[in-house]
Design a protein around this ligand. Structure first.
Ligand code: EPZ
Length: 421
């Protein structure tokens, strides 16, 4: 397993360009199963999770190829699907594989998808997905760790989410677009990744109202057509790099973002004392000295994103007082705390709350990444720490951050990847 080696204490300076959003690209890749013909998807990020999803689509019979002249455009043709199964070996590697469930049932009337199983940050159940599909007329059997789904035809239904689930909303929206009649998703997720999926589905001929609100109405249509589509910038990648000057000092300009997707993050980081100036597609961040401690509570969009909780914890570890970070979305998303403590952070966990007492500095040490966003927080901590930090388990990082060490090295970070056999 590769590891990253970081020599901390070098203030950052320069510009980082943001890649396409992983969590927008994954449901959009799934949506190509809804109809035959060729989709052209632009700004696809080069990530392990994307590779895994392409493997899954290929196994189902889609023809997938990268556009030769630039490596980030993808052509996908799902005219001739030959299978309806998402196997455990792929779903275990990436739980977002569950996103093929809705499209396969809508297109083929059947699907066999492995239950995703838990992951480092929580049990991650899919009961909302399954309950919604049953309300739409799908017969579900759970057998040998797989969901076996069949329907003689989807019918629109009114579906209430106990919690606004992102992939739950996406799966049921993709099932609803070809259902007979109208579906209403109540307490639906409002994330930009849900909105852009809905916009692409509408471009394909679907009839959807209420995108970005907590009530989404989908009037089923008979058929859809393939489209060209551009993946939106990754707001979580952008938010991660916005925090880097807070950890390492200096200033960065983050380009190719949609600033409107980062309001909660910009507001919170300004409260810490970071100087942040924005225009529609770029954000500049300058560290003006000691950070102020602030409290953070993760919430569904437009609240502060849970996917940036580990990262802002690094900043609070270096701030001038006491802060409380409350994780309301996942039940076990503090795996990074033990590793940050190894670097000298003063953090105590009480249930869903992490109480952080700022320290003067962090000190480099060997640490282990446990999940995607925890690994990003360890990189930020390594940039801040005095001395050398080695991070193992960087395959977690490669799932969701394109060329992270290259992007950081280009703005004066001292970071290299050591290949391990
Ligand atoms: C999506 O996961 C993202 N993944 C996650 O990003 C992100 O952390 C999460 O949304 C929250 O924003 C993708 O979009 C591929 P949820 P998802 O369903 O859809 C509970 C990353 O780092 N729940 O919105 O799986 C669930 O346990 C990843 O890129 C049920 O109880 O999250 C959680 O407590 C990590 N039953 C809450 O809802 C269900 O059927 C929100 O989960 C579904 C969810």
């Amino acid at each position: 397993m590769d590891q990253l080696v970081i020599e901390g204490g070098h203030p950052l300076k320069g510009t980082i360009r943001i890649s396409g959003a992983k969590n927008a690209a994954l449901p959009i890749l799934a949506a190509t199963l809804l109809t035959g013909g060729t989709f052209r998807l632009r700004n696809i990020p080069k990530l392990l999770d994307i590779d895994t999803f392409i493997e899954l689509l290929t196994d189902l019979g889609s023809r997938v190829r990268y556009n030769s002249d630039n490596g980030s455009d993808l052509c996908i043709d799902s005219s001739d699907l030959s299978d309806h199964e998402a196997p455990y070996k792929l779903v275990r590697r990436m739980r977002a594989s569950i996103l093929v469930l809705g499209p396969l049932i809508a297109r083929l009337g059947r699907a066999r998808v492995s239950l995703p199983g838990g992951c480092a940050i929580g049990a991650r159940p899919i009961d909302f997905h399954l309950k919604g599909l049953e309300l739409m007329g799908v017969n579900l059997q759970l057998k040998e760790g797989y969901v076996e789904a069949r329907t003689r035809g989807l019918t629109g239904a009114r579906i209430y989410f106990d919690i606004p689930s992102v992939t739950g909303t996406e799966n049921l929206m993709m099932a609803g677009v070809l259902a007979r009649g109208t579906s209403v998703l109540v307490n639906a997720a409002r994330e930009p990744e849900v909105v852009t999926l809905g916009q692409m589905l509408s471009h394909m001929g679907a009839k959807i109202r209420g995108l970005g609100s907590s009530t989404i109405e989908i009037e089923g249509v008979k058929e859809l057509r393939p489209v060209d589509w551009e993946i939106i910038p990754d707001r979580i990648e952008a938010g991660t790099y916005m925090m880097a000057p807070g950890a390492a000092g200096g200033r960065l300009i983050i380009k190719d973002v949609i600033t409107g997707h980062l309001e909660a993050v910009i507001s919170k980081l300004r409260s810490t004392g970071l100087q942040i100036d924005t225009d529609k597609t770029s954000i500049s961040i300058k560290n003006r000295g000691t950070l102020r401690s602030v409290d953070v509570k993760t919430l569904p969009y437009p609240g502060f994103p849970t996917d940036l909780q580990a990262q802002i914890m690094v900043l609070m570890s270096l701030a001038s007082g006491l802060s409380v970070i409350t994780e309301t979305i996942f039940e076990n998303r503090f795996m990074h705390v033990a590793e940050l403590r190894r670097l000298g952070a003063d953090i105590r966990i009480e249930g869903r709350n992490a109480i952080i007492k700022g320290v003067r500095r962090l000190n480099g040490a060997p640490v282990m990444a446990t999940d995607l966003r925890a690994s990003a927080s360890l990189v930020l901590a390594g940039l801040a720490a005095r001395g050398t930090t080695t991070i193992s388990g960087v395959h977690h990082l490669d799932r969701g951050y394109e060329c992270m060490e290259q992007k950081l090295a280009a703005v004066n970070a001292k970071i290299t990847r050591e290949k391990r056999v």
